[in-house]
Design a protein around this ligand. Sequence first.
Ligand code: NAP
Length: 541
Amino acid sequence: MASTVQMEAPHGQAESQAFLRQLRAAFEQLPHEIAVYLFTIRGKEDVFVEANRQVMRAFRDLTDKITFREYALDHEMASRWKVTEAPSLLIAPERYNIRWVGAPMGEEARTLLETLMLVGMGRSNVSEQSAKVLKKLDAPRRVKVFVSPSCPYCPQQAVNAVRAAVERPDLVSLEIIDIQARPDIAEQYSAHSVPMAFANEALIAQGAQAEEVFMLSLQTLEPQTLFIPDSDAPLVEADLVIVGGGPAGLTAAIYAVRSGLRTALVEADTLGGQVAATPIVENYPGFTQVGGKTLVDIMVSHALEYVQIFQSERVLDIKPGDPIEVRTTRRTFRTRTVLLATGASHRHLNVPGETRLSGRGVSYCATCDGPLFRGKKVIMVGGGNSALTEALYLHHMGVEVTLVHRRDKLRAQEYLIKSMKDAGIPVLWNTEVKEIKGEERVTAVTLHDNQSGITRDMAIDGVFLAIGYTPAVELARKVGVELNAEGYIQRDSRHRTTVAGIYSAGDVEGGYKQIVTATGQGAEAAMTIFEDLINPYWQRA
Ligand code: NAP
């Protein structure tokens, strides 16, 4: 991203002079005057007040574009600009809502210089993608960025926030708070490491972010780690359209683009599929232990190096032919091949109360909802790897969890079974859930012991379900792809389905359903597609 201030830091006296000349010239070009106001407490002089004065007088002496005035906190100008903290430095408050609480010392002098330049230009210089995100803002964002004079990463994040405030002065207000000058405010926000950013009192970022990621965090009011560029193109031509952004689809994308195929990946919901909701992954080579979401972020960042991802876009139908037409909720793709990597969705128990109380005590995602049940009593239904992984996660989080399994034997890995025994998680064997009860929220379950025949109610706060997955084959069905006896996509050893030009990979094919097998299948499918496009099997016959 191009910075506004492109000047080299001065080393010797000659360099200093040259730097000042450059600065003067840069200020001279600015179309807008910049009024800066310092607010202090009458009679209270300290190092921070003095630092504000010195830095601003130095800038003012360079250019007549800057006017600098100082007021006491009890002056009417303080109530005019709603200033309650001192020292506070307000930059062009008649046009923007940007202020320092403390002083722009040390590394923060860089932020101040960049701010003066942006305000003087009257332009945020944000990227096109950032501007798109900021355009979507429809409610105020009160931003606080905590910084310190010795933090080299802070200016990047503080400047991101300044750019947002300059781009959307109607909605974004900014306070840059120096934790050295104001440890009391830092303490109030538990800002013990900098930079740390809040918007509307919600933590949106720890550490410095790329500009687009910061803007997305600001828009969503949640910390974001990735930014996926958006596209408005109504028609996209491709060699391969991958449907599904789980491990299979992401790997296929990397392999396909590296082979030279024009590739697009379309994902309707969450990138990473089920892995994104897996608390801890312990069997993906290279990682002894890694959070599912972290692993997904790594894979998505890798894939983004190669492929354009069309997220939050649902494929509505696929018309086979040459080219194949893929219609989504936002555009049409014309492509030579399609890879269905649609994965699988949670299986339901289909008992009374399950649908009605879903999201009100019934959950399919321990990582997402676990924290809400800390100190409460829940059951985890299922006897496979997912149920055990998630039960362990809940247990370690401080949730009182009991495993409920319909048989007397688990189908999970030995390692997980041992971990569960070691953690002392109780198991109700041969037990089926017959009903989930509660008015507003889950309060009890009806359990049936299929050995003794006894049915009883158990008081409970939550029901977590991890009873396997149903393959997401709606699109495959629509396009006429044959399914096997278990309902998964029927395909040959090279991932070709029964419809020419349509391939499959990952959980939608059945089989082992491991992250590592899904990535392997994605790679295999992409290599087959590449070879078939050179020498189409459907024309060979
Ligand atoms: P799964 O292996 O299919 O196990 C589903 C469990 O739910 C089984 O114990 C099954 O009982 C039970 N179940 C199914 N329908 C039920 C119903 N209507 N009522 C009560 N119980 C029911 O599913 P998963 O555990 O979600 O795993 C899916 C795939 O992902 C597997 O291939 C698994 O190996 C993989 N995975 C791997 C890891 C890992 O490697 N660490 C972690 C998570 C998932 P029965 O045993 O009686 O059939």
